[in-house]
Every structure is written in C-alpha cells, then in structure tokens.
Write a protein that binds this ligand. Structure first.
Ligand SMILES: Nc1nc2c(c(=O)[nH]1)N[C@H]1C(S)=C(S)[C@@H](COP(=O)(O)O)O[C@H]1N2
Ligand SMILES: [Mo]
Length: 439
C-alpha cells in the first residue's frame, strides 16, 4: 500500500493551493498521528483513575452517593460531561488556507444512533460565519413568479412546517483519498457528514405562495454570507423535498449551520444546502455560478468535467473499530458503522473481514429512514487475527456501493468529489486499526 499526497487536495474546498502545500506530507501525517495518539492517552488515563478509586467501586458505596451535587441553575444551557471533552469537531490545518474558508469534521467515532448533536455537526463555510439578527433578516422570493415576496422570519414561520431527519454530506467527504489513503482517522476520512432532524417550511409551499410561472424550471438559492454562496436547483427537486429550515434537533439553527434560515436539499451535495438564506429566484435556466462550474464539478480522465452531480451516492463506513477506536484484547465486540444514500433508504449492509473476499449481512439497527444515516451492527468475537474490515451498502434502488477499483475505472483519480467507494480498515494483531486501500 502506498500513500500519496493528492495534489488535487489543495483545490478541495476551493482554497489557495500555496497555503495548503506549505506543510510537507510527513508533517501532516505527524499531526494526524498525534491526534490519534492523544485520544489513546485519554482512554488510558480514564482506566487508571477508575482503578485507583477502589473505595468507590462495588461493593463499596461511591462518594457520589454521600454528597449533594450542584443545583439546577448551575448550567442554564446544558453542556456535555467534562469527561467527554475529547468529543469535539476537529480541523485539518493543511486542508484549508485559513479559518474563514475552512471545514471542521464531525467525530463520527464517538457518536451513537443516527443523530448528530448540534455542537458536533461538521462545519463548512467559504467566508466565515456571518452574525445575523433574525429581526433584521429577510428572505426574498422573486424572478419568474406572479407575486414576489420579502418575508420576515416571523412571516416565514407562520407557514406550516415539517420535520425531516436527513443527512448533510459535503461531496468532498473522502476526497483527499482518490489517489491513496492518507488520512489517519475516521474523523478525517468521513467526518464531513452529519444527520439532524431539520424543521422548516417546504420550498414547494413558498413557491405556491408566490405563484411560480410555468417557464420557471430552475431555482437559485443565495446566502447572506461574505461568499454569497449560490447554487442552481432544478424545480423538480425544489418541489419535491427541499425545505427552508429554521431549526435543527429541536432548537434554532446554530450560527454555523446557517442561523436564522438555510436551505436543506435532502440527499444532495451539502453545498446546495445554502446557509444564511436570503434570496430565492425562479428562472428558466441554471445560473452557472462559481460553485457549480469551477467548483463542485468532477474532472474525468478524458479532461471533461461532470457538472450538476447533485446526488450523494450510497456510502458506508465502519465506525467501530476504526483508527480512533482500536480493539483492546480478544473477545466479544459489536462492530458498528454508518450507511447512507442520497437516493433513499439503505436496504442492506454487508461486512467483510477479509478485504471483500467474503461478505456477511449486517443488522440495520434503530431507525432506517430515507436520505438519513443508518446504523448497522455485526456481533463478532475477535480471535486476535489481523483482518481487512470493509462495509458495503446497498440502497432501495439496488445501487451497490462500488469498490475503489470500480470507481476509479469510471472516474479516474482527478476528481475531488463523490468518492463513495468501499472503505478498508486494516486491523492488526495488536488491535490497532489503520486506513489502507486495497484493489
Ligand atoms: N451561504 C453558504 N451556504 C453554504 C456554504 C457556505 O459557505 N455559505 N457552504 C456549503 C457547503 S460546501 C456545505 S458542505 C454545507 C455544510 O453545511 P454545514 O456547515 O451545516 O455542515 O453548507 C453549504 N452551504
Ligand atoms: Mo461542501
């Protein structure tokens, strides 16, 4: 197995190549290795301190039983336990030129179920997080419509709303690995991915309100940030399941996620889910903005670029074990992972312990929703032998997640986006897990 620095990575996320190339590849790897090592130290420390306080362990009565804790006013907005301080979003400094146009990755290795807590949703912005006072924010809907409108947030919220549990994934997720494995942690191989319950008004309701004209075939969504991020969306999608969202997981959108209002295009490139939404225009053709021409297009081996590749194809990854979650001794484990498809529900997930030679069907657990993360599980007993762990998802359209070889045969290695190939973790006899690629 070889590791390459993908020179295309600098183009990833539309950043300045010079900056991204400043760190030599070995430094980048050191950085990532340190990140993983630190996680290991935290686990060791926790185990040691647990052992040290035998007076707190059964059959003794622990100290917590003998005293009173802080009262209700201590923490008006609740925070995770201080022992969970390692469960945070992380960045890869060499990926982006600066914090303004950057990305933070969700710690998939630490999550349970399918919902990403609001403080851990991955962040991607091209011009920082704007501060928007909702009382001063307006959503304008105009173009090929009978009755253009400018809505206040209060007015928007008077329309009937709905809630959907859906993933958002940046199409650049995994895009650093077209040429070879180089990210040393699950958080960085797959962490541009989150799944929330989003609440908002169907865009179809708003388009009906303004009376979109029959020649209106496209919709432009524009953000109120310094990037004025804009994407063209076909009217069929806009009328299907696109939401104008003001809440995530039961509370107002976080500033990072587009407060006070964003678009959600379920199953589509995260980039099309425009945050800090200020304008929707109905038109008769796409606008060919920067983010759908020079970026978010996929360069193919013949030099041509695929454009408007909206759908996030079926994908999956094993989240336990993974580089951050090595196995600690032989015995019983529940292998777990996440699968998702931008086309609908996950139908089946298979897992392999021998790099794809043989497959066994995993169990889908909890909710199995369309265009949402789906958790899979496989109970096994590890006998201490090395293994090549893989997962392969199939969605309800019978699309089968491709192997890396199959994907490269069609797409080459020049693209940044839509790398949804079967992922391999190499499990060593000592229980450590590394990111590898096999044919
Ligand atoms: N206005 C605006 N919307 C935006 C962006 C942006 O920079 N500005 N980034 C896009 C990209 S590239 C992605 S992947 C998603 C990420 O959504 P999240 O930060 O809520 O995870 O937001 C999209 N919407
Ligand atoms: Mo993105």
């Amino acid at each position: 197995m070889t590791r390459h620095y993908n020179s295309e990575t600098a183009r990833l996320l539309g950043v300045i190549a010079d900056e991204a190339n400043k760190l030599p590849v070995s430094d980048r790897r050191d950085f990532l290795r340190k990140g993983v090592a630190m996680a290991g130290t935290a686990i060791a420390a926790a185990t040691a301190s647990g052992g040290a306080l035998a007076s707190n362990l059964p059959p003794n009565i622990p100290a917590s039983n003998r005293s009173l804790g802080p009262g209700v006013v201590t923490n008006p907005y609740g925070q995770p336990s201080r022992f969970e301080g390692d469960v945070v979003r992380r960045t890869v400094p060499w990926l982006t030129a600066n914090k303004i146009s950057s990305i933070s990755f969700s710690p998939l290795q630490e999550l349970s179920g399918i919902i990403t807590p609001n403080g851990l949703v991955f962040e991607r912005y091209h011009a920082g997080v704007p501060t928007i006072d909702p009382s001063e924010h307006r959503l304008m809907i105009h173009g090929l419509v009978e009755r253009p409108i400018v809505l206040t947030m209060d007015e928007l919220m008077r329309f009937p709303s709905t809630s959907l549990i859906r993933f958002i994934e940046c199409p650049a997720n995994g895009g650093m690995e077209w040429r070879g494995a180089q990210m040393e942690a699950l958080q960085f191989t797959h962490g541009m991915l989150s799944c929330c319950e989003w609440t908002g008004v169907p865009l179809s309701t708003l388009l009906q309100e303004v009376g979109a004209k029959p020649q209106g075939k496209w919709v432009l969504a524009e953000g109120a940030d310094g990037a004025a991020m804009s994407r063209s969306i076909p009217i069929e999608k806009a009328l299907d399941d696109t939401l104008v969202v003001f809440a995530q997981n039961g509370e107002a959108l976080r500033p990072e996620q587009g407060y006070p209002v964003r678009l959600l295009n379920p199953g589509w490139e995260g980039n099309t889910s425009i945050k800090w939404l200020r304008r929707i225009e109905v038109g008769d053709k796409p606008w060919f903005h920067r983010e759908e021409t020079s970026k978010y297009t996929d360069l193919m081996p013949d030099g041509k670029a695929r454009k408007f590749t909206w759908v996030q194809e079926t994908n999956s990854v094993i989240t336990s074990p993974c580089p951050e979650k090595p196995l600690r001794g032989r015995g019983r484990y529940e292998l777990e992972g996440l699968a998702w498809s931008g086309r609908g529900r996950i139908k089946r997930v298979d897992v392999s312990f021998d790099g794809g030679v043989s497959w066994q069907q995993a169990r889908l657990k909890g909710l199995v929703l369309p265009k949402a993360l789906t958790r899979f599980s496989f109970e096994w007993s590890w006998k201490g032998n090395p293994a090549l762990l893989q997962s392969r998802a199939i969605d309800e359209t019978d699309y089968v997640q491709p192997t890396l070889t199959q994907l490269r045969q069609v797409r080459g290695v020049e693209s940044i986006y839509h790398k949804n190939a079967i992922h391999t973790w190499k499990l060593a006899a000592d229980g450590t897990v590394t990111n590898v690629q096999i044919d």
